[in-house]
Design a binder for this molecule. Structure first.
Ligand code: NAD
Length: 261
């Protein structure tokens, strides 16, 4: 299926973030990497945070940013990350597909640490700088699964719903200080995270992998193609631009109509 975007497309969409510092978690791959690329194209200096040291290094080289190889499930390491950040993109995430009764408890706990606790810690330690400067942008890469559930995704749906709540509290507390906080809620984006899920979904639903994309992944999307990472990054940069300062506490579906149905 063809992409809906016309190259060249860096996602900066005319937004000027010169002089701003951004931090993107999970920026070594997929949506995070596209966000780092788009923020850098808009002029921001980008801290690239990822578990995968090689991926962080190459993303930092590509964007002229600074690499931080950090496991976000370890709170003490999160505490060592830079705090003078104007734009925080909470993006790092992982998936596990299994029925509730078979869901490994340690995997559930890990996913809450990376996708809820780390964003909380990063907000806690970067908000003082944003508040002091009178400007800040928090962009949380949630999911349609922050608004809707699917079977076999207990940890992911729980974590993304928690992120929605965290984002709204940050919006309320940040509003008097020029700080906005929003969620972006993508449907299925063409990234390694989804590619890995196709085999797992095939096993869980008992169907062939080639049927998973059409019959499972895109079954609820009105637009029958996957989203490109750059299309999500463009929304993230737009939320940091000059015309979106009144948007806060919102959850923006980028889901091809999935949540409209
Ligand atoms: P991805 O697997 O391509 O990238 C995720 C990145 O997070 C990887 O580089 C990985 O190394 C990093 N990461 C994982 N655990 C980490 C940890 N403990 N510490 C630091 N970094 C860690 O995935 P993606 O599809 O780009 O997903 C990015 C975000 O977008 C996730 O939060 C995901 O839930 C969300 N999302 C993805 C889709 C989709 O269809 N791909 C849809 C909706 C939301």
């Amino acid at each position: 299926m063809t992409s809906g975007i016309t190259p060249p497309f860096d996602g900066s969409a005319g937004v000027d973030l010169t002089g701003r510092t951004a931090m993107v978690t999970g920026a070594g791959s997929g949506i995070g990497r596209a966000c780092a690329r788009a923020l850098a194209a808009a002029g921001a200096r980008v801290h690239v945070v990822d578990l995968d040291a090689e991926a962080a290094k190459s993303a930092a080289e590509e964007t002229g940013g600074l690499a931080h190889a950090v496991d976000l499930s370890r709170a003490s390491l999160v505490g060592e990350l830079p705090t003078e950040v104007d734009i925080l993109v909470n993006n790092a995430g992982l998936q596990h597909v299994a029925p509730l009764t078979e869901f490994p408890p340690d995997r559930f706990e890990l996913m809450q640490k990376v996708m809820v606790h780390a964003p909380f810690l990063l907000l806690r330690q970067t908000l003082p700088h944003m508040i002091a400067g009178g400007w800040g942008r928090i962009v949380n890469i949630s999911s349609v699964h922050g608004l809707r559930a699917s079977p076999y995704k207990a940890a992911y749906v729980t974590a993304k719903h928690a992120m929605e709540g965290l984002s709204k509290v940050a919006a309320l507390e940040g509003a008097p200080h020029g700080v906005t906080s929003n969620c972006i809620n993508p449907g299925y984006v063409r990234t390694p995270l989804v590619e890995q899920q196709i085999a797992a979904q095939a096993a869980a639903h008992g169907i062939d992998p080639e049927r998973v994309v059409g019959e499972v992944l895109l079954s609820r999307s009105a637009i029958k193609r996957m989203i490109e990472p750059a299309e999500v990054a463009a929304v993230a940069v737009w939320l940091c631009g000059p015309h979106t300062g009144y948007i806060t506490g919102a959850s923006l579906p980028v889901d091809g109509g999935w949540s409209a149905a």
